[in-house]
Design a protein around this ligand. Structure first.
Ligand SMILES: [Zn+2]
Length: 369
């Protein structure tokens, strides 16, 4: 199990990067992986700080996270004999740094400039052009330095996406429990509780999550870091990625410009929660029919309406139209989602939905009109 050794969160904490590197005994050479924008926002500052402290540093810019990008970063790690990698940016730049550092067996430090999903602290990375559309195991960051002054400059939509990704843990954990009950899959209570706590934290503090409120950003940041830790403890993305993520990957496969990861997962979570509810209602009705007690079955109600209302409160999309997707494409994505990852048992694998049932779920939940 790999866990971050240092997590520093707050206003202006970027300045502490040298002190963190020194504590971790990483005195260079260091390679910074950033995008054009994240280099201007934070990369340049980090590079200057390290140089002022006599640490040998180079910066490499990446556009996307394709196989070629990873190979190019790895080539630079070897050439510069880098002892650690600092990934600075949103999802893609962090993922590029995470994966190449892991392949070259050197530590990686995460400096997020946006909070659009839980990859900022997780041991998994998602790379375009691999045969799998979902994340692959890489390594957890050795340190996370999250400067809220920098994160606050990112477009608000990224925060909304991050909230969607955190709220989605309700159904990810539900799917994990289902796989444990029906397929005897390993289930880690602690990792599951940590992921659930992150979702609850965001829902309970939804009123704080608004532009200009630093407290709200910290809530989301802490929630996303906990999600990353939950995945490190579980040794997989299981606590944080269930049917709602499969739905999001299915939407990504369509050619239209798609919405952000967390926005899609949020809508996926409404649908998955509804499907979980129908499953438990069915069990409850069967129990009632034979005169058995039904209280336990009620406890499993995931309350899709609460997920939808929380997303609405944060300003996240809750419908196909708000995601910029045609109703029929969204329904089709839900239908094919289970096929993306047959081994990851979820409510979609259990129910084996046809187009009509998917349409019914999407209509009842108001996701399509
Ligand atoms: Zn996610």
């Amino acid at each position: 199990m790999q866990l971050p050794r240092e997590v520093i969160v707050g206003n202006g904490v970027l300045k502490r990067i040298t002190e963190v590197l020194q504590r971790l005994d990483l005195n260079g050479p260091i390679l910074i992986v950033a995008g054009m924008k994240s280099c201007q926002i934070a990369g340049k500052q980090v590079s200057d700080l390290l140089q002022q402290n006599g640490i040998n540093v180079d910066t490499i810019l990446v556009q996307k996270v394709t196989r070629q990008d990873i190979l190019m970063v790895e080539e630079n790690i070897r050439r510069l004999k880098s002892r650690a990698l600092i990934g600075i940016g949103g999802g893609t730049k962090i993922d590029a740094a995470k994966l190449s550092a892991s392949r070259q067996k050197i530590p990686f430090i995460s400096v997020p400039t946006t909070l659009s999903h839980d990859g900022i602290a997780s041991p998994l990375a998602s790379v375009k052009g691999l045969d799998k559309p979902y994340s692959v195991m890489a390594q957890a960051p050795l340190a996370i330095i999250a400067d809220t002054d920098i994160i606050a400059q990112a477009p608000w939509r990224a925060v909304i996406s991050g909230c969607g990704d955190a709220i989605a843990k309700f159904t990810a954990v539900k799917d994990w429990q289902l796989a444990h009950e029906e397929k005897e899959e390993y289930y880690g209570e602690y990792a599951a509780s940590l992921a659930l706590m992150s979702a609850k934290l965001v829902i309970e503090n939804a009123q704080l999550i608004k532009p200009g409120n630093d407290k709200g950003l910290r809530v989301l940041l802490e929630a996303l870091i906990s999600c990353g830790v939950a995945m490190s403890i579980a040794g997989s993305s299981r606590p944080c990625s269930g049917s709602e993520h499969l739905f999001s990957h299915a939407l990504d496969m369509f050619k239209f410009p798609h919405a952000m990861h967390g926005e899609q997962c949020g809508v996926g979570s409404i649908l998955s929660a509804y499907l979980h509810d129908t499953k438990w209602k069915r069990i409850r009705d069967s129990l009632k029919q034979i005169g058995a007690p039904t209280t336990a079955a009620y406890l499993h109600d995931t309350k899709w309406k609460r997920i939808r209302d929380s997303l609405k409160q944060i300003g996240a999309p809750t419908t196909a139209r708000e995601l910029g997707v045609k109703d029929e494409d969204l329904i089709e994505a839900l239908r094919i989602a289970a096929k993306i990852r047959p081994e990851r048992y979820t409510i979609l694998h259990k129910l084996k939905l046809d187009y009509k049932t998917c349409e019914k779920a999407a209509r009842i939940t108001g996701v399509v009109s």
